[in-house]
Design a binder for this molecule. Structure first.
Ligand SMILES: *[C@@H]1O[C@H](CO)[C@@H](O)[C@H](O)[C@H]1NC(C)=O
Ligand SMILES: *[C@@H]1O[C@H](CO)[C@@H](O)[C@H](O)[C@H]1NC(C)=O
Ligand SMILES: *[C@@H]1O[C@H](CO)[C@@H](O)[C@H](O)[C@H]1NC(C)=O
Ligand SMILES: *[C@@H]1O[C@H](CO)[C@@H](O)[C@H](O)[C@H]1NC(C)=O
Length: 492
């Protein structure tokens, strides 16, 4: 047994000598192994108890065909007066972390969708969301390789695997902190909000014309392996500083550090001793990063690469905060309204006119009758879709985090606007009567639900919670049809 450290030690020595003499670390070449076997999709919703706003997410997810959610921290109470919000923020991180730790390494390429429990509504099918996730990463990885070079990306395994939502305001840091200044620019066009894009036009919303560029932790999609590493880091940071504020603070800080770390690697590759002052004078990123932040990351002497990136378009999810004035419920088949919105957006260019996105239109129609349920066939152009009018993107998930002027009440006020709400009871019945099918084909493989059970949820230990246990009693608000409790029992 004593021989093992010697062998390991000499291996490390050889590796160091190899790096020393060749200037590159021995790389394990990146061979794309086609994934013939299907992957699973897991939906995680941290939520401790029954709540009508939670059930708006659960019922919407079911109707659209998402996997039955894992409600993490179910039944827990948060009243530790030494912790922020009684400890609910730290529990959100550790609850998700425990779930990810429980998955086996063979499940590392599974997909995790995590959403806030009490203010997210599902709007589009999982197929659209999953395809967008792969598309966002493909484009981001092209950008990363353009900026860092293939060599730096390969030897340090820099690859985007996690997508958080993006918001317009950098919060809660000062503008000169890495989560604000060091993160990539928005990929949206520089004139997306007209000539005043990215300036304060002294509206009541100072962020009105700003492009989303900063992390919002309300919705995140990523591979199980990458998310496990990220949440393990988040748990360590949360424990170190129990008054860290919120998960938003933790994930934003990690993202900022990752971007500084990527710059450290780039400089190491570009310059003598990896120092900023020895970069070429025409290096476009020469003065962008603060030397002190670079040094702090160099001092950490470990990888801060987590594969985090953002959904700048709000294609996966749109946080409504500071975007209050950008969104409308759009019926894409209503030509008069579409013409009006295009006029309001001041867009002449045919290519940028509002149209239903193909990746929405290609999925199973939202409403279909089984012959006796009184529903009428409707396609995606014929139902209202919550859409960011200036950008033209319709998010798969709506994150109602706007709070200005009491806007949190929009979770109640506009609930009847989301396309499925008026038919929710019949659509829940249809969902229970329809066998599970594959969720999507994307990223070179087929995606399936992680759960074969429908209608309810699972708790932290994987125990099935029937609909009645999670949502029974919320029907008055969720279904708004005065027909009393919804029963799943006859189906399962
Ligand atoms: C963002 O864009 C501005 C203006 O083009 C540029 O000066 C800056 O370096 C960019 N920042 C990053 C982090 O790439
Ligand atoms: C980095 O480490 C050195 C040596 O321990 C220390 O003097 C310096 O203050 C550290 N820098 C930062 C930014 O933490
Ligand atoms: C929806 O149906 C209408 C009427 O049949 C048709 O004109 C339109 O092209 C369809 N749109 C989509 C997105 O399928
Ligand atoms: C159609 O749906 C209704 C309401 O969910 C249900 O009662 C009925 O049994 C269904 N009919 C068929 C033929 O599946």
């Amino acid at each position: 047994m004593a021989r093992l450290p010697v062998i390991v030690g000499s291996f490390i020595f050889t590796a160091i000598m190899f790096v020393f003499f060749t200037g590159t670390a021995p790389t394990i070449s990146h061979i794309e192994i086609p994934q013939a076997n299907p992957g699973n999709v897991h939906l995680l919703i941290p939520a401790s108890g029954k709540d009508e706003n939670l059930c708006k997410a659960i019922v919407g997810a079911a109707i659209l065909g998402y996997p039955s959610p894992k409600v993490l921290n179910w039944g827990k109470t948060f009243n530790d007066e030494h912790l922020v919000s009684g400890g609910s923020h730290i529990a959100k991180i550790s609850g998700v972390s425990s779930y990810l730790e429980s998955l086996s390494p063979e499940q590392d390429d599974d997909l995790i969708i995590m959403t806030d429990g009490y203010d997210t509504w599902f709007q589009l099918r999982p197929e659209t969301l999953i395809q967008r996730y792969f598309d966002i990463n493909r484009r981001a990885n092209e950008r990363i390789r353009r900026e860092l070079g293939d060599h730096v990306a390969d030897i340090n395994r820099i690859e985007q695997k996690i997508v958080f939502s993006a918001q317009k305001r950098c919060w809660p840091w000062a503008a000169d902190a890495p989560p604000c200044y060091a993160v990539p620019n928005s990929t949206l066009p520089e004139d997306i909000f007209g000539p005043d894009t990215d300036t304060d036009v002294h509206d009541q919303n100072p962020y009105l014309k700003f492009r989303p560029r900063y992390l919002n932790s309300g919705v995140v999609v990523g591979t199980a392996g990458a998310m496990r590493l990220l949440f393990a880091e988040a748990v360590v940071r949360a424990k170190k500083d129990p008054n860290f504020g919120s998960d938003q603070n933790i994930f934003g800080s990690i993202f900022g550090d990752q971007e500084v770390y990527r710059e450290v690697l780039r400089q190491r590759d570009q310059s003598w001793f990896g120092r900023q002052h020895s970069l070429r004078s025409d290096d476009p990123r020469r003065d962008l990063f603060h030397e002190n932040d670079l040094e702090a990351v160099r001092n950490m002497t470990r990888s801060l690469e987590f594969g985090i990136g953002l959904d700048y378009e709000g294609a996966i999810s749109l946080p409504t905060v500071f975007s209050e004035d950008d969104t409308e419920w759009v019926n894409f088949d209503n030509k008069i309204w579409i013409d009006f919105f295009n006029y309001k957006r001041d867009i002449d260019d045919e290519h940028n006119k509002l149209v239903i996105a193909q990746d929405i239109a290609n999925t199973a129609v939202p409403l279909q009758s089984n012959g006796t349920d009184g529903l009428e066939l409707k396609n995606w152009s014929q139902v209202p879709l919550f859409t960011n009018v200036p950008t033209g993107f319709t998010p798969a998930i709506i994150h109602h985090n706007a709070h200005r002027d009491g806007m949190k009440n929009l979770r109640t006020k506009v609930w009847d606007k989301i396309w499925f709400q008026p038919y929710a009871r019949v659509l829940m019945d249809q969902y229970m009567d329809t066998p599970l099918t594959a969720l999507a084909v994307a990223g070179g493989r087929e995606w399936r639900s992680s759960d074969e059970w429908k209608g309810g949820a699972r708790d932290d230990v994987g125990q099935w919670l029937p609909y009645q246990d999670v949502c029974g009693g919320t029907e008055t608000e969720v279904f708004r049809d005065g027909k009393g409790p919804w029963m799943a029992s006859r189906h399962v």
